[in-house]
Design a binder for this molecule. Structure first.
Ligand SMILES: [Zn+2]
Ligand SMILES: [Zn+2]
Length: 165
């Protein structure tokens, strides 16, 4: 395997990396299977196809996105506040970013109703809300962190050092 913190090739699965001293699975900088560079956002290694995230329980990440669909920003915010896992928080942050953007887009569309185009825009963003939340939830189920498109990045994903990323 390769150390996820420093990328050095290791024999077996040692408790600590001989090179950097970190727990080899603790970082998120390198793919454990091939040593390619990864980020905290990487779910599947782009080089070898190995799953580099999703070792942990994906229930809360999936819930963060699904709750967004039904409760707006409230559900993801509650998950962000109650969880201690950075990995789960990142999902809640991504869901929150979209839900807050969604509110802004709805308000803008609401204003534009006066110019008729608002009706069309409102329809489009409500459809997008459903599609985005489901896509994010499906990817979360696979352990992937998905950045919602067309979303204002109010909150940024933080590197996960819990070792379960
Ligand atoms: Zn190392
Ligand atoms: Zn790889």
């Amino acid at each position: 395997m390769y150390c996820r913190s420093c990328g050095k090739e290791l024999t077996g699965t040692p408790e600590f990396c001989l090179d950097c001293g970190a727990s080899p699975m603790a970082g998120s900088g390198f793919c454990p299977a091939c040593g390619a560079a990864t980020t905290a956002m990487t779910g599947i290694c782009t080089k070898c196809g190995a799953r580099v995230a999703g070792r942990g329980d994906n229930t809360l990440p999936v819930l963060a996105h699904i709750l967004g669909l039904f409760t707006g920003w409230l559900g993801p915010l509650i998950i962000l506040l109650v969880t201690k896992e950075e990995r789960v928080k990142n999902h809640a942050r991504m869901a929150l970013n979209w839900q807050l953007s969604f509110i802004i887009y709805s308000i803008v569309s609401g204003i534009l109703i006066l110019a008729f185009i608002g009706f069309v825009l409102l329809g489009v963003i409500f459809v997008l809300d459903v599609i985005f939340c489901i896509m994010a939830a499906v990817k979360a189920g696979r352990g992937e962190l998905w950045k919602y498109p067309l979303t204002i990045p109010f909150l940024k994903a933080k590197p996960d050092s819990s070792g379960t990323a």
